[in-house]
Write a protein that binds this ligand. Structure first.
Ligand code: PEP
Ligand code: MN
Length: 264
């Protein structure tokens, strides 16, 4: 079902008037994690003012270590839904377990599957019936074929609204956090009709590389970008402050991107 052979035309996912796929660039921006109602409200206002369409933020965080901040949970879903509503943005948040799919689907417009869960097949099956679009991140050691098979689980469950996300893979290089595989963008678009989103934040792990790799992703044909932005990155509650743009950098990037691709 994910293959172009099966479905020659691009899939366009329409959510409350925003089209994802089929030529228009969609920008999703926001913090790694929802930290407080004030924080997500302020950042939502900045994403909207810069021209973004979707507010990102994790309420449940997949942390490498069990003692790190794990997210504010269901409260965070509520805070984010309120901020999205107030500022006229769609919302995207990560869901980590099948048990939380229903509650996340109640509050968010798009559900994100993180890189560590790309092959959590019970989660994928549950997302097949959740009724909300899904952004499926490529596992950091997954091949294109494995990513497309993971998408297949969601599609086969009855949910046609799946976006594929390149977020960097693990290579021998350790200057960057991951290696953003730009080739994934045209390859996935050739193999599949599903929209392809690039995440230059996790893809590089370094703030100064986000802008060039965002532009490169758009030049390579990405249907959208998901970018971390924080008002106070040095004090962010996850380690992802080092890859988060300052609000003025985020706004400047979106202005530049308008030269490269029409923003919805
Ligand atoms: C995130 O988007 O904050 C995140 C944890 O992403 P990934 O699953 O790509 O590491
Ligand atoms: Mn993050």
């Amino acid at each position: 079902l994910a293959s172009r052979d099966f479905h020659p035309d691009d899939t366009v996912i329409s959510i409350k008037g925003v089209n994802i796929g089929g030529g228009e660039l969609v920008v999703m921006g926001g913090p790694c994690a929802v930290e407080s109602a004030e924080q997500i409200d302020k950042i939502a206002g900045l994403v909207k003012a810069a021209g973004g369409q979707v507010l990102r933020g994790g309420a449940f965080k997949p942390r490498t270590g069990p003692y790190s901040f794990q997210g504010v949970g269901v409260e965070g879903l509520i805070m984010m839904a309120e901020a999205g509503e107030k500022h006229g943005l769609l919302t995207i948040t990560e869901v980590m377990t099948p048990e939380y799919v229903d509650i996340c689907a109640e509050y968010a417009d798009i559900l994100q599957v993180g890189t560590r869960n790309m092959q959590n097949f019970d989660l994928l099956r549950k997302l097949g019936t959740c009724g909300k679009p899904v952004l499926l991140k490529r596992g950091f050691s997954a091949t294109y074929d494995e990513l497309l098979n993971a998408a297949e689980y969601i599609l086969a469950g009855g949910n046609p609204n799946v976006m594929l996300c390149e977020r960097g893979i693990r290579t021998f290089e350790n200057y960057t956090r991951n290696t953003l595989d730009l080739s994934a963008i045209p390859v996935l678009q050739q193999l599949s009709h599903l929209p392809v989103i690039s995440d230059p934040s996790h893809g590089t792990g370094r703030r100064e590389l986000v802008e060039p790799m965002a532009k490169a992703s758009v030049a390579a044909g990405a249907d959208g970008l998901i970018i971390e932005m924080h008002t106070d990155p040095d004090n962010s509650m996850t380690g992802d402050g080092v890859q988060s743009l300052f609000p003025d950098q985020f706004a400047g990037l979106l202005r530049d991107l308008e030269q490269l691709a029409p923003i919805v």
